[in-house]
Design a protein around this ligand. Sequence first.
Ligand SMILES: [Zn+2]
Length: 333
Amino acid sequence: MIVDCHGHYTTAPQALWDWRKAQVGNKAPDPGGPKISDDEIRESLEANQLKLQRQRGSDVTFFSPRAGSMEHHVGDAAISAAWSRVQNDLIHRVCSLYPKNFAAVCQLPQSPGVGPQNCVAELERCVKELGFVGCNLNPDPSGGWWKEPPLTDKWWYPVYEKMVELDVPAMVHVSSSCNPAFHFTGAHYINADTTAFMQLIQGDLFKDFPKLRLVIPHGGGAVPYHWGRYRGLAQDMKKPLLKDHLLGNVFFDTCVYHQPGIDLLLKVIPAENILFASEMVGAVRGIDPETGQYYDDTKRYIENNKELDASKKRQIFEGNARRVYPRWKPATS
Ligand SMILES: [Zn+2]
């Protein structure tokens, strides 16, 4: 079985984005959420994510609202709460229509300067009432200005406590950038992945939360490429070896869009810490003229890797996802 742990509803029907536009423009959108039929949901997926699952041979995608649309920096905590609820309810409908193809991951109602305890109720609703298997945690709700404390600060602890209680991981995932210095998917995303890992090196978060699990997307940003730098920095800071300090709790996905990048990831990071992902219909949608294949068809790169044996590849494709997202069970009907 092939489990893609990182997908977003980038193709959601226009009514969702219209609802958001009205909300942001103070035009009193329907408090019941946008009017979207089941057929509109089916259409939005059949020609996109479902078609690609079939073509590329993946079975299930852990599916969350479009990351750039979380926009925690827009409006206040009440705006973020209403928007998160609408987005998560729509993801729940997708997963109810296609329980074999999608498992739900929620957006949290974060807001700049507001402690993440305000996310606990929505996380609990999504997991306990709606069967979500994980959440996306934004380390920078200010959208490119990095105003919040590092992820190791006690400020974040209420949401970690709830994640551990519910036994769900978080993918550390920023939203769009409102800092013109940082291109959103090219710089802000990769910066955030790298920044989150460095924050975790500096702190001792997993001493307080030995069962907490964080997935760093986009192959861990610059981390695998600069593994020597991070090992050396940890050593200078008198931290334990990275494998003991972080790798019991931190995982990387495979959203890396070329063969040499995947080969490096698979060589540097232990296979137990890597989860298959493509983020398809996401940041990079084109075809690589050098290979004639879609950049984001990452399954191909893992299959083509010559170093790892079949059992390690199975771990990456399925086993690790089951371990990191224990609430996910394949749908039987
Ligand atoms: Zn993403």
